[in-house]
Design a protein around this ligand. Structure first.
Ligand code: GLU
Length: 292
């Protein structure tokens, strides 16, 4: 059975870009008679905005989304991440690192997604206190066939280097938590924004290291305004609840769907039923960004 999800970070209210991701992941799951779960990615507590989890759920509810199972919060699952990490530590797949951002910037090359850590601390045998934990990257190519963007292939060592699993402030990294939670929630298909496409090969690498099942991925274009990604951080306009149907139609247009029949539906229930039936992932634009 298809099990999909939407995993917002509660760092502010939903904006058009996050609504598009919710719509695409929901339609793809429901079109395949699947489940759709919601997970709050609230590990980075300094960035979390109080009550924004509630605001996000309210926006989803008002737009007629129906999620399956209980909503999980990553901040309640620290022990779980700890367990998986000790397993990697025991196998000597990890090491602690004392390098500051500046030290790394001075010596590292820029890769696909930030600096490629040159492995400075690999053999220092540092202890945990105040140090970040990194996984030893391997010189292997991770390839996957994205349901929207086609084949993506990256080398973990050459493109990213040893990446962080736990930050020096004790916060578990997104890459680690997302892989564990997707597996424990039995997620088998992930539809999300193309800003995360370069995280996927690291996540597949971690799945293999942790002996977790593989997942199908599809990355939809992200909405940009003045060439910048809409984000909660750059104060993108929150979704307006007085125009539910217009908001949803705008999402369908963005996703390349044939919205004209759907637009004629006069209740939210019928709107969703028709949109689910007509959903066609093959017409979602195969590009990384769309300027709105
Ligand atoms: N929490 C991430 C975000 O809001 C999404 C993570 C994911 O879908 O893998 O950008």
């Amino acid at each position: 059975m298809y099990i999909g999800r939407f995993a917002p970070s509660p760092t502010g209210p939903m904006h058009f870009g996050s609504l598009v991701t919710a719509v695409a992941s929901y339609l793809d799951a429901k079109h395949h008679d699947g489940l759709w779960k919601v997970r709050m990615e609230d590990l980075d507590q300094p960035r979390v905005v109080k009550q924004s989890d509630k605001t996000i759920l309210d926006t989803l509810h008002q737009h007629g989304f129906q999620w399956d199972d209980e909503i999980i919060y990553q901040s309640h699952r620290i022990d779980i991440y700890e367990n998986y990490v000790s397993n990697l530590n025991q196998k000597e797949n990890t090491y602690f690192c004392e390098c500051s951002r500046k030290e790394i910037a001075d010596s590292a090359m820029t890769g696909i997604d930030g600096m490629i850590y040159p492995g400075t601390c690999r053999d220092k045998k540092l202890d945990a206190q105040y140090h970040a934990l990194r996984i030893k990257a391997e010189d292997i190519c991770m390839a996957f066939e994205d349901k929207i963007q086609g084949v993506i292939q990256q080398n973990i060592l050459k493109d990213f280097g040893d990446f962080i699993l736990k930050r020096s402030d004790g916060i578990y990294a997104y890459q680690l938590a997302v892989v564990i939670d997707d597996a424990l929630q039995n997620i088998n298909t992930i539809i999300r924004g193309a800003d995360l496409i370069d995280s996927t090969s690291r996540q597949i690498f971690l799945q293999k290291k942790l002996s977790l099942p593989s997942i199908n991925y599809g990355h939809i274009p992200i909405a940009t305004f003045n060439q910048k990604k809409l984000s909660k951080e750059n104060q993108s306009t929150p979704v307006d609840h007085s125009n539910i149907k217009d908001n949803l139609i705008a999402c369908l247009k963005f996703l390349g769907q044939d919205y004209e029949v759907i637009e004629k539906e006069n209740t939210l229930t019928n709107f969703w039923a028709t949109a689910i039936q007509l959903w066609d992932i093959s017409v979602v634009p195969k590009i990384k960004t769309i300027e709105i």
